[in-house]
Structure formats: C-alpha cells, structure tokens
Ligand binder design. Structure first.
Ligand SMILES: NC(=O)c1ccc[n+]([C@@H]2O[C@H](COP(=O)([O-])OP(=O)(O)OC[C@H]3O[C@@H](n4cnc5c(N)ncnc54)[C@H](OP(=O)(O)O)[C@@H]3O)[C@@H](O)[C@H]2O)c1
Length: 315
C-alpha cells in the first residue's frame, strides 16, 4: 500500500450497478460500466457493503479491476446491511463494522480500502464507538483514510474526536443544496473533503425523463417526492431550461450538470452513477468541460426560479 490516496474531482458511484435503483442491470453490464469508467479516465470508485443484497456492486468491481487495481482508488462504506425482504438495517456496532469490512475486502478481492466511510450514524450507538472501529482499521493499515456519510456537523465533530476524518459524503445537486448552510462551510474550514452524491438527481438531471414517466414498482425512484406529482413536473420544467443552455453550448446535459457541480466551491468530488458504458462516456466528458461565468449565472438563476424542492423518500 505505497501509493498516496487523493480524491479526484469526478468519480463513479457504483450503487446503480447493484440493480436496486432499477432491476435488470446484469453482472456483465455492471462490469462493463466500471471498465468503461476506468478507460475514460475515472480513477475513483465509490461502493458500499450494502450495494446489493449480496454485495453485487463490490463483486462487479472486483471483476472489472482485475489487473488494474493500481490505477484506481476504492471507497466503500460499512454500517448498513440488508435483511430478508429487502429490509435495510443500520448497525454501527464496532464488531459489525469490522466484520462487514472483512467481507467487502473479500468481495472486492483487494487487501485494503483507500477510503472507508461509516455509511450513516447509528442512532443506537454513540458515533465515537463506530468511529473507533474505523480508527482501528486505519491504524492496522486495512484502510488508508476514513470518512463519514450522511452525518451532520455535530456528527463530524464527534467522529473526529476518535478517528481522523478525511471525507464527508452527502447528497448535493443543482436542486438540493442543503449542505451549503452549515456542513459544507464546516468541512472547508477543517479541510475535510466533501464528496457529493446524487449529482444527476438519480437521473432526473440527465433530461431522459418524460412528463408522463411511470416508474415500475421495482424502480425505487417512485418512492421519492421529487419524482412524483407537481414536484416532478416543476423539476422537469427546470430540466427544460438547463437543457436549452446545454444545447447552446453543444454539450450533453449530464456533462453540463456534472461540470457545474464539480465547479461548486467546497465540493471536492462528484460521484455520478451509471448503468452502462454509454452513460459513463457521456458523463466523463465533464472532465473536459469548463463553464464560463455567464453560463454558471444562467444556471444559478434557473435554480433560483425553481425554488425549494422536496427531498427525502415518502413515508
Ligand atoms: N452515501 C450515501 O448514502 C449514498 C446515497 C446515494 C448514492 N451514493 C453514491 O453516489 C453515487 C451517485 O448517486 P446515484 O447513482 O444514486 O445517482 P445519480 O448519479 O444522481 O444518478 C444516477 C442515475 O442516472 C442515470 N444516468 C446516469 N448517467 C446518465 C446519462 N448520461 N444519461 C441518462 N441517464 C443517466 C442512471 O439511471 P438508470 O439507472 O435509469 O440507467 C443512473 O442510475 C451512487 O452511485 C453511490 O456511489 C451514496
């Protein structure tokens, strides 16, 4: 483990590969998606113990990175697992975390993780205890850096009392900028990297969704307010506005959206998800896309006009 770990500006999020946003993502498609990302210059892969009921995401990564481990860094997460019946369980007990990491290493067929996040604080366990497990893994060299996902500022402070905190991971996109009020300024002040997930708002900001879109029951997006009713229609109106900007610049909408997100002050890394090599190719062009002041202002004005969006899942 002699290479120095550094987070790049753009990375592949490997959640959709598990076939849990929508079904039908084959192991082969998952493997090809990861391989395409590496071919297109993506050097960081983000996964988690719970991405797939049987670690499908980590297993697909293992197949895709054979012979290429040194070219990439891998982040995984621990602290959430599945019980029968697709029931998600949060468990931040140190013993459980250590056991999950062992299993992640086995599935990924690697001897260390470059970055390990506590997936989410467990309300039943003091976060310092969970952080203690990551500290142990850090000290013994099983992980190169530790992070916290889905935590708030207080969680970060408590976590950092026990374990050096390198990165925070939270959702952030054009329409969901809640972290800007407190967590992002805090991370900047402490030089903690901010890793943004859902930059494409789970596909909505790619322009592929239709006004009469119907998500099958097996597609988890039907559970989110942003994909339902009036909220969804307002979001699509916003997408039409930014599509006009992308068309004027002759770039893809996903490229415009990712480039804008990468350009936001304090955002260290943007994690985009994808389910095939074509999506990866379109999204990776954001690496070469820089937006001028007028474009950024036009996007920000469209965001302002859209106003506050509803975020979380339905009850
Ligand atoms: N820490 C956490 O709790 C947490 C939570 C969520 C996500 N994450 C991480 O963040 C990553 C990103 O989030 P995400 O994958 O949920 O959402 P996302 O990046 O906002 O959207 C990904 C989805 O957008 C669609 N898409 C991507 N590129 C496209 C293109 N060029 N054209 C058309 N459609 C395109 C795909 O939909 P289809 O599936 O329909 O093809 C894909 O599944 C995850 O993969 C994961 O690594 C972390």
């Amino acid at each position: 483990m002699d290479k120095q770990f550094a987070l790049p500006a753009l990375a592949l999020g490997c959640w959709p590969l598990a076939g849990m946003t929508r079904t039908g993502v084959t192991r082969q498609a998952a493997k090809e998606t990861v391989a395409a990302a590496i071919d297109h210059g993506i050097t960081h892969l983000d996964t988690a113990y719970c991405y797939g009921e049987d670690g499908e995401s980590e297993r697909a990564i293992a197949q895709a990175i054979k012979g290429r481990r040194d070219a990439i860094s891998i982040a995984s997460k621990c602290g959430i697992h599945w019980q029968a019946g697709k029931k998600q369980v949060v468990n931040g007990h140190p013993d459980r975390l250590i056991q999950e990491v062992k299993e992640s290493l086995f599935r990924l067929q690697v001897d260390h993780l470059d970055l390990l996040y506590l997936h989410t604080p467990d309300p039943k366990i003091p976060i310092q205890e969970s952080a203690g497990a990551l500290r142990r893994l850090l000290d013994e060299g099983t992980i190169q850096a530790a992070g916290l996902s889905n935590g708030n500022t207080d969680d970060c402070k408590l976590f950092a009392e026990t374990c050096p905190l390198t990165a925070c991971q939270r959702h952030f996109n054009m329409l969901q900028q809640e972290i800007c009020s407190e967590l992002l300024p805090y991370c900047r002040s402490k030089e903690i990297a901010m890793v943004a997930y859902w930059p494409l708002m789970k596909g909505l900001l790619t322009g592929r969704m239709k006004r009469d879109q119907v998500f099958p029951k097996t597609d988890s997006r039907h559970k989110y307010p942003m994909f339902n009713g009036d909220e969804f229609q307002k979001n699509l109106t916003f997408v039409e506005t930014i599509q006009t900007i992308a068309t004027q610049l002759d770039i893809s909408l996903s490229s415009l959206v990712l480039a804008w997100t990468m350009g936001q002050e304090g955002i260290s890394t943007v994690l985009f998800g994808a389910t095939n090599a074509e999506q990866v190719a379109a999204n990776a062009t954001a690496l070469y896309c820089s937006l001028d002041h007028n474009t950024v202002s036009a996007i920000n004005e469209a965001v302002r006009q859209r106003g506050t969006v509803l975020g979380g899942r339905k009850a």
